[in-house]
Design a protein around this ligand. Sequence first.
Ligand code: HEM
Length: 451
Amino acid sequence: MPGSSASLSPALPKADLSHLPHLPVTPFLGHTLDVVRDSYGLHRRSKDAFGPIYRFKLLGLWRVALHGPDALEFILTDRDCLLSSHHGWDALHRLFPRGLMLRDFDDHRRHRRIMQGAFRAGAMAHYHQRIAGEMDALVANRPLGRAFAFYPAIKELTLRIGAAVFMGLPLDDPRTGQLNRAFIAEVMAALSPIRRPVPFTPMARGVAGRLFLTQTFRDLIKERRLREGDDFFSQMCRATDEDGTHWTDEEIADHFNFLLMAAHDTTASALAALVWALGAHSEWQDRLVAEVDALPDGQPDQAALDTMVMTDRAFRKVLRLVPPVPFIPRRAVRDFIWAGVDFPKGSFVTVMAGATMLSSELYTDPHRFDPDRFSPNRAEDRRHRFAWTPFGGGAHKCIGLHFSTMQVKLFTASLLRRARIGLPEGPQVEWQRMPIPRPKGGLPVVLSPRM
Ligand code: HEM
């Protein structure tokens, strides 16, 4: 029943979606390979052929795709508790079970309220200080004057920051490399067509990654329950429900397995897109350099970050062009009708946040890099409450929105004070869009020292 944790039970019927059109499918695989190779292309072709509602077959199941800001608003706001996030994110069940995004209704609200404590102003000020204090040293590790692959480097940097801030690990902790490899294995397994952990398959590597991560978290829990650390992990080990019960070791390990992945992979993807855009658009890089040069000396505090409006606009822009989470899935726990279409109980629905943010009905010349479209006098993102949704919306809206914005600004200030960004191979970069966008070839960049 919606509203209770019983909704986590897997007993939803397979829905008959035969009333909806679809592009031709490959036997057994459906559209899975199209999604892995060029998900935007598949959805563009389907929308051109059938309009904003159609079906596609991914990982053995038919799913309904919905485009447009009204669909995003209806599905994500979910006023009548019609839709389960747990059942929608079925591809993550084996890898990230019981993470916050995989919980529903009352159970989700209870867990989110506890986690929210770690993102209040006081806690954020503590993270800010910790990140600002370390960012220069992390950025200074990057070579100057010669090409290096930016994407793996930024992924490692964001994970080190996440492990330091959320788990209280030292920045040079040798376990961070192993954590990174385990997270990569988990994320790559999410879209693997072989869904069982058959030896040597991505799913087997993903499940092994999960075991390593949850064991690492369990070892830390014992230690942290005993001491008064102010990092997020220590707080979660001591946090209690309204009725005074602690989260179990298993709950904490599951939350961290999901939270750390959500925190570092998405931000790394967004920072890679930002660096690519600044390398390709030197006039925008000039504007951000000027903004960074106008900051007071030393580590930027929150007031200084608030002045970085050009960085904010450029960041918003790359999240629109290369959103780390372009598709948001749900599953109907009851029958409903929307836009005249029947959605029987058990239907998988996916809202197309990425494609909607590239729609010419909402944005002028939507593929152009033009961060000023977010300026107060143009405000194209305000054309609809759900026109700009890289962080989702409704009950599951990203809990780390402000954290990632802070991290992006601190990184930009640290990097552009030190160097200018160049792209040795020209502005054309291809993006592997799934499961989380990453630049093919790792995004070679050259950082030239500033005089
Ligand atoms: C650019 C960076 C990021 C993007 C684009 C992003 C995007 C998203 C989106 C779209 C959702 C909603 C998914 C849904 O409705 O099914 C989400 C949820 C979530 N994100 Fe983020 N995220 C980012 C960074 C972060 C960071 C830094 C953290 C943690 C510090 C984080 C933690 C979470 C968590 C825990 C959820 C689940 C929330 C819930 O279910 O209540 N994210 N994120």
